[in-house]
Design a protein around this ligand. Structure first.
Ligand SMILES: Nc1ncnc2c1ncn2[C@@H]1O[C@H](COP(=O)(O)OP(=O)(O)O)[C@@H](O)[C@H]1O
Ligand SMILES: [Mg+2]
Length: 581
């Protein structure tokens, strides 16, 4: 909470203290009206009547004025609570979202989108509810209870104590209740997150669901989660209902005590009827806090369940982050990349073993290898989406781990294997890395990526793409991703199988543009087609995380290894079937 919000919040809490204490004024004035006016009425002479009436008017005026002040103060204090809660939440949401942006890719493997969304919405709202309602009610109840008790004690100690007899029982009962309800709310929170994750995944995967005609199955799966959530809700509510009558009963007992004890005391002349009336109307200010305690603890347990989740997200630190004194460069990298004995372990599995590679500025390295051989991982180590476990990986002679992440990644244009596009226009998607690009520049990069299909769409560059690029073919998405990577004119371009879904003709054009880029660029390209790899300066063949072949196209052909095998296979296929795979 920033300082201004904190000060405002403290002011709101203080006003609550005052307005709670002011709740006592009406019963006290009532007491005075009875004792000073009503009771004297039968005994006064006509001449003294005027005095009584003016006392009555004064007392009533006090009542009206204080009621007005109280209502106005409550009005403004509630507004302040709400404003503080919104400001506070705005800050938290912002911070949590920023933190979310910095998490490692593995973080998103372990946390589902649905769960993260629940944290950002439902859990946040629980925090708001606590800040602007639960805490206010706690303060109000506490003050009301204390002020009433003090006032009552000042009037009659014995009478007061006879009313307070039930309080310890209420405390014991609510304590037991809150202990029992807590795990139920943690469970409820978990069930909601599962329900949301299920819905989110289903919505994203709706095409697969339709293609496999699995709607029925998905509906049943959701119904199951829905039922779990309903049960969890019922369990928590039922627990509350078990305790509610006890708390309610105990606080109702107060009314009976007042009548019983108060009646006896009036009969034997210990208290005045005014005092009795005051106690009777204050009975509410005593019993209500007791009754509220259960509700508040109930809400507080929900709050704790949500709070844990938000705090976790708030403080979670990525493992891949800037080191102290990280190198910040404004300069364009030269693009010299060197792997020395690089090993990468993921969850104990050795995904890359003793990688040694040197890619000089402006060179093109092609990487080939079967699925799962570690190609994507190798590329990810350069942008630090994955950190190396041992060895050394340098860019322009400096360890990549020593760069400021932002500086490092700004220098790298990357197009991933599974293309992700935002639900925005084609223009904005291409200019994602550099929003200052003009439409002409965007068109230029689209042309380099041979994305000529854009002009044929209804709205051209203003065509809206569906979520994750729905509405486009695989090859079209790949070309947009390539244009997006090229658009930042990166000194290092990393393409992970980016042309796998385009036809041979298009691929040839793309290769041609890549060879003739107007800016200096070191290229690392994962590809399965010989047509792509043969013009590369060097080719590395990966197998089970190791480089098994390395050299130029001609050298590797002479080698008679994996590369030669692929070459023969593809040549054979292209001779028989005319090319496209
Ligand atoms: N985040 C990850 N968690 C666990 N294993 C992973 C992860 N990323 C990659 N791997 C494993 O590393 C190996 C290499 O994967 P990858 O680099 O994607 O291969 P390629 O791109 O060559 O198909 C695979 O066996 C894969 O299961
Ligand atoms: Mg891959």
């Amino acid at each position: 909470m920033d300082k201004k919000v904190r000060v405002m919040y403290v002011i709101a809490v203080i006003t609550t203290v005052f307005t709670s204490a002011m709740q006592l004024i009406n019963p006290i004035v009532t007491q005075l009206v009875v004792d000073e006016v009503v009771k004297k009425l039968p005994y006064v002479e006509q001449s003294q009547m005027q005095g009584l009436i003016s006392t009555l008017i004064t007392l009533l005026t006090i009542m009206i004025v204080f009621t007005f002040i109280k209502s106005t103060t409550i009005y403004f204090s509630v507004i302040t609570y709400e404003k503080c809660a919104q400001d506070f939440l705005y800050g938290i949401r912002d911070r949590v979202y920023k933190n979310l942006q910095q998490q490692d890719s593995s973080f998103f493997t372990y946390n589902t989108t649905g769960d993260l969304m629940t944290r950002l919405t439902g859990d946040m709202d629980m925090i708001r509810h606590t800040i602007c309602w639960v805490i206010r009610m706690f303060v109000e109840c506490f003050c009301l209870f204390t002020a009433t008790t003090i006032y009552m004690l000042s009037q009659d100690v014995l009478f007061t104590l006879s009313l307070l007899v039930v309080t310890p029982f209420i405390f014991i009962v609510t304590k037991i209740f809150s202990k029992q309800v807590r795990p139920l709310y943690i469970n409820l929170r978990e069930k909601l997150s599962i329900l949301n994750s299920n819905a989110q995944e289903n919505i994203s995967g709706n095409r697969v669901v339709k293609a496999f005609a699995r709607e029925e199955y998905e509906i049943n799966k959701f119904a199951e989660k829905n039922e779990d959530y309903r049960q969890a809700n019922l369990q928590a509510t039922m627990k509350w209902l078990q305790f509610f009558p006890i708390i309610e009963g105990l606080s109702q007992a107060l009314q009976i005590s007042v009548l019983l004890v108060g009646g006896l005391f009036i009969i034997n002349g210990r208290i005045t009827s005014g005092t009795f009336l005051a106690f009777s109307s204050l009975c509410w200010t005593l019993s209500n806090p007791m009754r509220m305690l259960g509700t508040l603890l109930n809400d507080l347990q929900r709050f704790f369940a949500s709070c844990d989740k938000v705090i976790e997200l708030y403080y979670n630190r990525p493992r891949i982050r800037n080191k102290q004194g990280a190198v910040v460069t404004k300069e364009r990298a030269k693009g010299d990349i060197e792997f020395k004995d690089v090993c990468v372990k993921i969850n104990g599995n050795e995904v890359l073993k003793n990688i040694n590679l040197h890619i000089k500025p402006g060179e093109t390295l092609a990487i080939m290898g079967s699925t799962g051989s570690g190609k994507s991982t190798l590329l990810n180590t350069i942008v630090r989406l994955v950190d190396i476990s041992s060895g050394s990986l340098t860019l322009d002679g400096i360890e990549v781990s020593k760069y400021n992440l932002h500086s490092l990644r700004k220098n790298i244009g990357m197009a991933n294997q599974d293309v992700f596009l935002f639900s925005d226009t084609i223009d904005s998607n291409i200019a994602y890395g550099d929003l200052s690009l003009t439409l002409d520049e965007v068109k230029h990069f689209a042309k380099l990526a041979d994305a000529n299909f854009i002009e044929k769409t209804a709205d051209g560059y203003d065509t809206l793409i569906g979520e994750r690029g729905t509405g486009l073919s695989g090859g079209q998405k790949q070309r947009l991703a390539l244009a997006r990577a090229l658009a930042i004119k990166p000194p290092i371009l990393i393409l992970d199988d980016t042309t796998s879904a385009v036809d041979l003709e298009t691929e040839k054009k793309i290769q041609n543009s890549l060879r003739n880029l107007e800016f200096d660029c070191t290229k690392i390209i994962v590809a399965q087609r010989i047509s792509t790899t043969k013009t590369a300066d060097h080719i590395a063949v990966l197998d089970k995380g190791e480089i098994i072949e390395y050299g130029t196209h001609e050298e590797l052909l002479k080698n008679n290894g994996y590369y030669k095998e692929v070459f023969d296979l593809q040549n054979g296929v292209s001779n028989e079937e005319g090319g496209d795979k």
